[in-house]
Design a protein around this ligand. Structure first.
Ligand code: ITT
Length: 204
């Protein structure tokens, strides 16, 4: 089967390829960059929804008409939720400040002096899968943990350098991609997608 991934985030794409590639070798993965230029530039997904599901659906519905009639489309909306900030930045995670470093610094500043146990946070991912007939199905994954006392590690992307799954343990920025993918919000949601695809017995 042919599956297009509707993301412009290189970090997400890398992780999705690694997770799918290992478990479902029969799935041929494509991304927006694989489209002819006229279609590539036509892809516009304005994230105007106030929920992860709403934005994930906007992404797959924007890409669906640009891929072949036999192709499936997968899009994902995700976010980082800090309990002490009443769930912020959440669905607005990509727009919380101008770049990844500034976004992490803003959270660390807001939590300055707060003891470790009170720094609870989670990543949430909602994946929308569009079948070739245009019917969407939604899948969710989340991973709980803590905001680190300071940013650590240069691996991954986004908020990885300030997220510790275990209190006092390494941040995702300090783990390898394979270690993070072993148990992340994204890999949890994608495991459900892969179980679903296997159950559909979609021909390779
Ligand atoms: P696309 O919409 O093109 O997929 P995006 O980066 O805009 O790319 P989102 O709107 O879903 O994606 O924003 C999610 C943001 O949440 C992302 O930009 C990161 O800042 C953060 N995020 C999500 N998953 C993450 C992860 O695994 N590690 C670190 N940060 C993550």
């Amino acid at each position: 089967m042919r599956l297009y991934i509707a993301t412009e985030n290189a970090g997400k794409l890398r992780e999705m390829r690694a997770i799918f590639g290992a478990a479902l070798p029969a799935v041929q993965l494509f991304c927006i960059a694989d489209l002819p230029e006229v279609k590539r530039t036509a892809y516009k997904a304005e994230e105007t929804a106030t929920t992860y599901a709403g934005n994930a659906l906007i992404k797959v519905k924007a890409l669906g008409p640009l891929v072949g009639a036999d192709a499936w489309v997968l899009g994902e909306d995700s976010g980082f939720e800090v309990e002490a900030l009443r769930g912020a930045p959440g669905v607005y995670s990509a727009r919380y400040a101008e770049n990844d470093a500034a976004r992490c610094a803003k959270i660390l500043r807001a939590l300055e002096g707060m003891p470790g146990k009170e720094r609870r946070a989670q990543f949430v991912a909602c994946v929308a899968l569009l079948d070739p007939g245009g019917n969407p199905t939604l899948f969710f994954g989340r991973k709980t943990g803590f905001v680190a006392p300071a940013a650590k590690g240069g691996n991954g992307f986004g908020y990885d350098s300030i997220f510790c799954p275990e209190l006092g343990g390494p941040t995702w920025g300090e783990l390898t991609g394979a270690e993070k993918n072993n148990d992340s919000h994204r890999s949890r949601a994608l495991q459900s997608v892969m179980t679903y695809l296997k159950s559909m017995e979609v021909p390779g």
